[in-house]
Write a protein that binds this ligand. Structure first.
Ligand SMILES: Cc1cc2nc3c(=O)[nH]c(=O)nc-3n(C[C@H](O)[C@H](O)[C@H](O)COP(=O)(O)OP(=O)(O)OC[C@H]3O[C@@H](n4cnc5c(N)ncnc54)[C@H](O)[C@@H]3O)c2cc1C
Length: 406
């Protein structure tokens, strides 16, 4: 009998296992995949807030040791102007974002959980959850050897991503659903070096580029939802054509570099799920997924792992009834993430920003302090409601008008 069984051992599952194990709990961590391995769709950006969480867990140095270069500046090109700068540091003064290949990041997380004492079973496919008196008590699944086994725990945690078996089995209620709003595809280039996190933002299209492990640059294009049927007929052609039209300098660098690997990507829906019930909890994408345009799923998976581990400890140690502690987990997650979720969904339409936001962006060109705070909104170091409060937006715009009038 385990204290916790965690299905899924990547960005959400391994940190949850690590934190629970460090608190003294007996944890079984399982994944149908094996490590190291890449994820087929995910881009790699981890915001400063995600790096700060890794630092708190003692994992930032091991991540840097994979050879992943730090990223400290944003270069966001809006056509008429480019906003360049850095977000305010995250907790602990962390100024670096990273964009590790998942085959580099995920083993750092899994190995730390195992080193802390979690039992890892790779190649284990969970097939159903076990119930006793309307309460989840464990899982049944197929081991790597082919054997079917049952395992029991006080809590069964779905860290099993967007198609979560656990979420489906418990019929976790969903809210704030969004359809896929854009689709993005990326690939790697050697011989191309980026200066930071580069975006070229245009109506219906966004190009994104940054350095990752193995001296490679990841270069991708996001396309508006209405164009996806056409884009899917030839992703490579649309990718290249968009970059030639919008970012010819980048296209030139790519010509002199070398394309490594294939194009991967796609389009995903957004949802928020109730993340707990009798004997079960959800963490990471299993509990909450948003469009990838703000590149925040990994950072948020780390955050929800911390909040869930705290809640389970509060419940299991008797500091709080478990149900109340898990309700706090949902509340904390939603207070922190729902404004970001709505902002992300808005950006993912790839529509031109409303006139007031266009004025705001133009006003940031000559205002380095507020420009940094704007980048901080996306990096989670400045709260969305604070920066986009109407009076704050007006203050920034009128300051520019005032400066222009002098
Ligand atoms: C196109 C695209 C681009 C993205 N770009 C970024 C980005 O730049 N930055 C960012 O932060 N996020 C990005 N994301 C989101 C990010 O990939 C996810 O938020 C993140 O991977 C969530 O981690 P997770 O651990 O919750 O789930 P996952 O990483 O999906 O891991 C789930 C694990 O569960 C395992 N599993 C599933 N079912 C079972 C089962 N039945 N039995 C056993 N194991 C099981 C799987 O094998 C997998 O290893 C992107 C996503 C997409 C689709």
């Amino acid at each position: 009998m385990y204290d916790a069984i965690i299905v899924g051992a990547r960005c959400a599952g391994s940190p949850t296992a690590l934190l629970l194990t460090r608190k003294g709990y007996k944890v079984l961590l399982l994944d149908r995949g094996t490590f190291p391995s890449d994820m087929p769709f995910s881009n790699h950006y981890v915001h400063q807030t995600g790096s700060a969480r890794l630092k708190r867990w003692g994992l930032l140095d091991p991540l840097a040791a994979t050879g992943c270069p730090p990223i400290t500046t944003n270069h966001w090109n809006y056509g008429a102007f480019t906003l360049t700068g850095s977000p305010p540091p995250a907790d602990g003064g962390v100024t670096e974002a990273y964009a590790p290949r998942r085959k580099a990041l995920d083993p750092v997380l899994v190995n730390a959980a195992v080193a802390a004492g979690a039992e890892l079973r790779e190649g284990f496919s969970a097939q159903e959850v076990l119930w006793e008196n309307d309460r989840v008590v464990g899982i049944r699944g197929r081991q790597k050897s082919g054997n079917i086994v049952s395992e029991k725990a006080r809590i069964t945690i779905g860290a099993d991503g967007m198609f979560s078996l656990v979420a489906r089995a418990v019929k976790a209620p969903e809210y704030n659903n969004k359809p896929p709003l854009e689709g993005s595809w990326y690939s790697y280039w050697s011989g191309v070096r980026m200066k930071g996190w580069h975006l070229w933002l245009r109506p219906q299209r966004v190009i994104f580029a940054y350095n990752t492990n193995d001296n490679l640059a990841l270069i991708g294009v996001a396309f508006a939802a209405k164009d996806l049927p056409e884009v899917r007929t030839d992703v490579e052609r649309h990718h290249q054509q968009t970059i030639r039209e919008i970012a010819p300098d980048l296209a030139e660098q790519m010509q002199s570099g070398r394309h490594e690997g294939k194009f991967v990507g796609g389009a995903i829906p957004g949802y928020v799920r109730k993340p707990y019930g009798p004997g079960w909890a959800l963490v990471g994408d299993a509990g909450y997924q948003k469009d990838p345009c703000t590149a925040s799923g990994i950072t948020d998976a780390f955050g929800s792992a911390e909040w869930l581990a705290e809640a389970i400890d509060a419940g299991f140690s008797g500091r709080q009834p478990l149900e109340a502690a898990l309700a706090d987990y949902e509340r904390k997650r939603n207070e922190s993430e729902l404004p970001y979720y709505e902002m992300t969904s808005q950006l993912a339409t790839l529509q031109p920003p409303p006139p007031e936001i266009q004025q705001l962006l133009a006003a940031l060109v000559d205002n380095p302090e507020e420009r940094s705070r704007f980048f901080g909104v996306v990096a989670h170091t400045v709260p969305v409601p604070e920066f986009f409060a109407p009076e704050n937006v007006q203050r920034i715009i009128s300051r520019q008008k005032g400066a222009g009038a002098v």
